[in-house]
Design a protein around this ligand. Structure first.
Ligand code: HPA
Ligand code: ZN
Length: 326
């Protein structure tokens, strides 16, 4: 449609994308072969067929298993290079990408290997596509806070190339409060702060992310809508929400894309953005996420402009660089 073409042409930033979640089945197969790693699938079609999830944990189990094919710096480079090529094709001009060090260090891959591959791909993307990128280190919330502290310490040599820290993995039962001390330590090192909250977890987790972690962006945040006073607070403070429509659909956070809360979020004055979360697992990159809402009548052309503008306003780029993108 005309709206789809308009959306495709809009320059945008992507603020919520897990690089391990951009591992397409074809690359998973190629890396399994290259590294001699066994995967429990006979074909790319079998992998895709396994991508039917009833909740976040269902997805995470398969996502962590898939990441097991990533062994060398070249693997991490190839993973990120493939994402940047797809992002550039969607007119993403800037990406702030999540990575999960513990998913790799816990299976014996050095953080240096991960960083070497991701950083070389980031440098290449700037030259090849003119796409700028930053890294956000995520702590796995199903692990304990000591493990998060160890990860922050291990990352010390690269903190000049890590913009911020985030919090991901299994939400319910792992509230932000569990990580208050390690986020304070990250803030003390000058890192920017984000967290997944209110995806499956209750509005109380969003309050904790604000008050205890001091987040500067809210990843997902859907369930904040259940608390009207919280919505007012988030609107007044111009908190950026990084919303992921296809993820919400595939993880059964919403039952139907026609019922997705994003249009309501916009009407309530929230600074919403659209993102792909784990594009290889959820059926699409950032433009697909815009398009699915457009097709359901949830967003129009003006909304698309607002959403793209919000993505730069909500980024961690300096104000003068943001201004160049608007
Ligand atoms: N939620 C929590 N953890 C994640 C996600 C998500 O949507 N994607 C990758 N890790
Ligand atoms: Zn996410």
């Amino acid at each position: 449609s005309d709206l789809d073409t308009f959306i495709a042409g809009l320059p945008k930033a992507e603020l919520h994308m897990h690089i391990e979640g951009s591992l397409e089945p074809e690359l998973m197969f190629a890396l399994a072969e290259r590294n001699g790693v066994a995967i429990p699938f006979a074909s790319v079609e079998e992998v895709r067929a396994a991508y039917s999830f009833s909740n976040l944990q269902d997805f995470l189990d398969i996502y962590y298993a898939g990441a097991g094919v990533l062994i060398t710096a070249q693997d991490f480079h190839d993973l990120a290079a493939a994402y940047f090529a797809r992002a550039a094709a969607d007119n993403v001009r800037h990406a702030e990408i999540f990575f999960d060090p513990q998913t790799h260090t816990d299976r014996g891959i050095d953080l240096a290997t991960v960083m070497e591959g991701l950083l070389s791909a980031i440098d290449e993307a700037a030259e090849r596509h003119g796409v700028t990128a930053r890294l956000i280190l995520c702590f796995l919330r199903h692990l304990d806070e000591d493990a998060a502290f160890a990860t922050l310490e291990a990352a010390e040599p690269w903190l000049d190339r890590i913009t911020g820290v985030g919090l991901d993995s299994s939400e319910v039962g792992h509230p932000p409060a569990k990580f208050a001390r390690v986020f304070a330590a990250a803030r003390a090192r000058g890192l920017r702060i984000v967290a997944h909250a209110g995806e499956e977890g209750p509005p109380e987790y969003v309050h904790e992310a604000l008050d205890l972690l001091e987040i500067e962006r809210l990843d997902h945040g859907n369930r904040a809508l259940e608390d009207p006073a919280l919505v007012v607070r988030l609107a007044r403070s111009a908190m950026t929400f990084t919303v992921c429509p296809l993820s919400n659909l595939k993880l059964c956070v919403v039952d139907d894309i026609a019922d997705h809360p994003l249009p309501r979020m916009l009407r309530q004055g929230l600074r919403v953005t659209i993102n792909s979360d784990d594009p290889a697992y959820f059926g699409g990159y950032v433009n697909d996420n815009f398009r699915v809402l457009a097709a359901a009548g949830g967003i129009d052309r003006d909304d698309a402009v607002t959403l793209a503008r919000n993505s730069f306003l909500g980024s961690f780029l300096p104000d003068d660089v943001v201004a160049l993108h608007l």
